[in-house]
Design a binder for this molecule. Sequence first.
Ligand SMILES: C[S@@+](CC[C@H](N)C(=O)[O-])C[C@H]1O[C@@H](n2cnc3c(N)ncnc32)[C@H](O)[C@@H]1O
Length: 201
Amino acid sequence: MRSKTTVEHPEQKPVKLDIGCGMFKRDGYTGVDRLPFKGVDVVCNVEKGLPFKSNSIDEIYTSHFLEHTNNFIFIMEEFYRVLKPNDILEIKVPHWASFLAYSEYHVRFFTLFSFQEFDDGYPIVFRSSDKARFKILKRRFMYSGGRFTKPYAKVMNMLANIKPEYFEAYVSQFFPPKEIYFKLKAIKGSKKKLQVTLMMS
Ligand SMILES: C[S@@+](CC[C@H](N)C(=O)[O-])C[C@H]1O[C@@H](n2cnc3c(N)ncnc32)[C@H](O)[C@@H]1O
């Protein structure tokens, strides 16, 4: 198990990270967590930065981790820094209306709109980061169920994702999805200057 200093990847294989993997690391991924669970390959506190070189990572997957983080913007900048251009960041977080979102270990909530500020394609009034630029490729509400609720989850997975923005704004509080899934692409090398408009209130 490695920790702290920069982690080298001399092999030619794609390097894929599962950040905050805990005990459930995705197969074929390098597990990163602050606790040395079985399967964790790199022990580090991601709030303080990722021990990987810039432009060295082929894919990042992170599930039920970001809601634990205080330095959310810095962590998104770290994901961006280590990813190679056009490579993929996959995120799963609890939906804000789900009971899963409410835990004493969680410090933030997510909506369908949470990652728009990193995508220049959205007319956002205020952007928190001028470093991390991503294109949102996909975002989906995710329902899952047990023995009796599976049919409900199946129907809701279909209905909620027909018009997701409308669903988030007007319906999600009545039929809370369990999670939201995002697929983002790291946009690097763009000459476009970031437009920051300060919010007037
Ligand atoms: C709820 S678990 C998610 C585990 C797994 N990804 C999943 O989806 O089941 C959150 C994980 O994030 C890790 N974590 C929380 N804050 C962290 C930090 N600052 N740096 C690294 N790992 C962190 C925890 O140790 C824990 O294993």
